[in-house]
Design a protein around this ligand. Structure first.
Ligand SMILES: Cc1cc2nc3c(=O)[nH]c(=O)nc-3n(C[C@H](O)[C@H](O)[C@H](O)COP(=O)(O)OP(=O)(O)OC[C@H]3O[C@@H](n4cnc5c(N)ncnc54)[C@H](O)[C@@H]3O)c2cc1C
Length: 370
């Protein structure tokens, strides 16, 4: 089966226009007031640090033959692994199916391993999932999990094939996530999103990542009174995923589908290739750097500070400031403050100076909320 056909058919993801309108209707009107985020030290409930598995040429999504086995890679999704999970996993499962529909092993239980295992199982394969860590102890659980297919490759470093397939996979993924909106068991919802800027967006932008159609309701504004003191804003409806809810549900779906789960740490690729399964899908995220000696794979450190939840905050934003990026994503269980991207940094210790920057920066934005 050709890759494009597979993506079309597997479109568990088709959304009717009526369902799409219903989903959009949940997003507050663009002119509804913005409840200010209460960004202060006494509201902090935790700060977490994670390492994004980044590759300048983009994620690795391919099959290779190693003696009598097939190894499929699905790793290196940088700051957009949750975003790209359904599209990339559909291709990984298809590559495994092409190699033989018997027993397969999936390595990794982050968003990529779980989604791949589920799709492979649904396609009739006999799947065993091996992983050192299960949710909630994966990098995928740390993600801000804003649906945005960016921070995952550099255009100049990516191949033509990669650039051609990427928008299709982003589109496929977004449509797949739309199925979970309205089901509280999955923690996926639409919010009105603001991209707050000092310069007019049209001077900066070509097409948005993955194609403009992925940003419903997109509009440009230039009214600082309204947009948190910023002279320009681009707004659209965006999907936000709560990874704690979503990954717990995905793990349950994987188990209910009949995937066997084994807690194992592999020391190297040789150990992986000794598994009894003839087809193996590698979804080990940053772990692939050591396991498969991929020198392109680098950690991009990110730190998120979570505040007590505010149900009245029904919007998200991202902005650049002279001190760095700031973003805010609302969840049922917390308000997520973020905006750090440190290439090559491996420490997972909390940086208190960044916590202070977050609290101060978001408080300044909140002070201008209308
Ligand atoms: C601060 C931060 C913010 C982010 N924000 C977003 C966002 O807004 N939107 C978005 O889409 N993405 C975001 N991301 C990126 C996203 O978290 C990653 O791209 C994604 O989690 C990668 O998923 P994965 O399944 O490949 O890897 P992981 O979640 O890291 O899972 C890897 C799995 O492989 C297993 N494994 C690894 N090595 C071995 C081994 N040797 N033996 C056995 N098992 C092994 C692990 O135990 C784990 O089960 C963010 C990341 C960070 C850190």
């Amino acid at each position: 089966m050709k890759r494009r056909e597979f993506l079309g058919l597997a479109g568990a993801a088709a959304l009717t226009p009526a369902a799409f309108s219903a989903a959009r209707a949940q997003v507050a009107a663009v002119d509804a007031p913005f409840a200010p985020v209460l960004s202060s030290p006494d509201r902090v409930i935790r700060t977490v640090v994670g390492l994004r598995p980044y590759r300048a040429p983009g994620y690795v999504l391919r099959a290779e033959r190693i003696s009598r086995k097939t190894l499929v890679h699905n790793y290196g999704h940088g700051g957009a692994g949750v975003t790209m999970s359904w599209g990339c996993s559909a291709v990984a499962a298809e590559l495994a199916a092409q190699a033989g529909r018997g027993e397969i092993a999936v390595i990794g239980a982050g968003v990529m391993g779980l989604t791949t295992a589920l799709l492979a199982r649904r396609a009739g394969m006999d799947v065993t999932l091996y992983a050192e860590h299960l949710p909630p102890h994966t990098t995928s659980n740390i993600a801000g999990a804003f649906w945005y297919p960016s921070s995952l490759f550099e255009r100049e470093a990516a191949s033509r094939d990669f650039l051609q397939l990427f928008p299709q996979l982003a589109r496929y993924s977004q449509r797949a996530f739309q199925h979970f909106v309205n089901d509280p068991n999955y923690g996926v919802r639409w919010v009105r999103h603001q991209d707050l800027r000092y310069r007019p967006p049209r001077q900066l932008d070509g097409e948005l990542p993955g194609g403009d159609a992925l940003y419903p309701g997109r509009a440009f504004h230039s009214d600082p009174e309204r947009w948190f003191g910023y002279p320009y804003a681009m707004t659209y409806a965006a999907l936000i995923i709560d990874p704690d809810i979503y990954l717990r549900a995905l793990l349950r779906d994987v188990e209910n589908a009949g995937v066997a789960i084994r807690r194992t740490r592999f020391a190297d690729a040789t150990e992986i290739m000794r598994l009894r399964e003839r087809v193996i899908i590698n979804c080990t995220g940053l772990g692939s750097g050591e396991l498969f000696e991929d020198e392109h794979l680098v950690p991009v450190r990110g730190q998120l500070t979570h505040l007590l939840p505010q149900p009245e905050v029904d919007y998200s934003y991202v902005t650049g400031t002279p001190e760095g990026t700031l973003y805010m994503f609302p969840r049922q269980s917390s308000i997520v403050l973020g905006g750090t991207h440190e290439h090559g940094e491996t420490s997972t210790q909390v940086d208190e100076s960044q916590v202070e920057r977050m609290l101060r920066g978001h408080a300044a934005i909140a002070a201008a909320a209308r």
